[in-house]
Each structure stands twice: as C-alpha cells, then as structure tokens.
Design a protein around this ligand. Structure first.
Ligand code: SF4
Length: 206
C-alpha cells in the first residue's frame, strides 16, 4: 500500500468515526487535506460552520487569511497539509472538551506519523497543547520553534484570533516570515539523517 493509500484510508476511517459525541452532531467530519509528503503541516483546533458543511478544513475567513499568509512566503495551500486537533465541529463553535480532544488525538498522531512533516505549525492554544506543557501561554511562546526529534514545532495564533486583534495579526505575519529559513534548515538536517540511515555503499576494488 502506498503512503497516499494509507492517508486516504485514514481519512475514510475519520469520516466514519463516532468515537465521541461530536460524531452524532456533525454534518461532515473534516479529516484534513494536502499532499501526503507535505513538508509543512498546520494543525488548527476544530472545524467551524463552513468546514462542517463542506468537509474541508479552513474554508472560511480563517482559511482566506491562512492562504494569504502562505502566499506572502511563496507557498499555496496545496503545498501544505492542513488539519485540526478535533475532526468534527463542536456545536455552536464552542471549545472542544478535553475528553473530545483526547478521544480524537490518535487520528492526528497517525496523520503526523504518515506525513512525517519537517515543520508542524500549531494554530491556537488547543493545538499548541498537543506539544507544549500546560503552563505554556501562546502570547509568550508564539513563533518560538521547538525542536522535537527530527522536526520543528512552531506555535502560532489561530487565524481567527489574528483577524480579531491587529497586534496578533502583526505577530502572525512575523511568525510566518520565519518559516522559509526554518524549513531550509530542517531539509538539511533531514537529508543528513536519511544519508546516515542509508545502507553503506560497497567499496569498489578498482
Ligand atoms: S471528533 Fe474525532 S473522535 Fe469524535 S467522532 Fe469526530 S473524528 Fe471521531
């Protein structure tokens, strides 16, 4: 089975999931979208109204901002993988409950394992909490890269929060501006890892 097949099967399993109460309330589950070998993975919080209707992540105003921020650094949304911590919309866009996040988290972890991105960018506090200690505050740590094994996690504000607050919008633009350099550094590091892992070349006798 190819990686794409595995990702498609995972998405189908998420669309059929009823493991938490949100599964009975949604219109569509929103597994996520993007290339299976994406170097950058964005993780938001949960689908909103439009995402629930369309079954796609970040299609409303937040999605438009995300696309603009990506364009500013030379990327399109087709270059990256976009998903959420919780795959089904909480009613009236309330915050996801800890039990819902815990039940849904294995889907996210399987997506990360399959896509194996160089950069994970968390959007908002619920996504950040998957990787940072509970004491971390987004207003303090946003834009500060965290090296984890062989990838970098960068916490950022959620686009919806940046749309509400001009200061956070400025911070988000500055945080996005770091992405190309961090990605270039991780490409070098990952290439070195892959070279170390490759079988030794047989020495020529001549
Ligand atoms: S939110 Fe996650 S765990 Fe709950 S039903 Fe949807 S996919 Fe399943």
């Amino acid at each position: 089975m190819t990686s794409q097949d595995a990702l498609d099967q995972l998405a189908a399993a998420i669309r059929a999931c009823r493991k938490c109460p949100l599964g009975r309330l949604r219109t569509h589950a929103v597994p996520g979208e993007g290339p299976v070998h994406a170097e950058i993975m964005f993780i938001g919080e949960a689908p909103g109204y439009y995402e629930d209707r369309q079954g796609r992540p970040f299609v409303g105003a937040s999605g438009k901002l995300l696309e603009k921020l990506l364009a500013d650094i030379g990327f399109t949304r087709e270059d990256v993988y976009i998903t959420n911590v919780v795959k089904c919309r909480p009613p009236a866009n309330r915050d996801p409950l800890p039990s819902e996040i815990e039940t849904c988290a294995p889907w996210l972890h399987r997506q990360i394992a399959l896509i194996d991105p160089l950069l994970i960018i968390t959007l908002g506090r619920f996504s950040m909490a998957q990787f940072f200690p509970p004491s971390a505050r987004i207003t303090r740590v946003h834009g500060q890269p965290l090296m984890q094994e062989d990838r970098i996690i960068i916490p950022m504000f959620h686009p919806a929060a940046a749309l509400r607050n001009p200061n956070w919008m400025q911070a988000m633009e500055a945080d996005f501006a770091q992405i190309p350099a961090l990605l270039a550094a991780m490409r070098v590091k990952r290439a070195a890892r892959d070279q170390d892992a490759s079988p030794p070349q047989q020495l020529s006798l001549f």
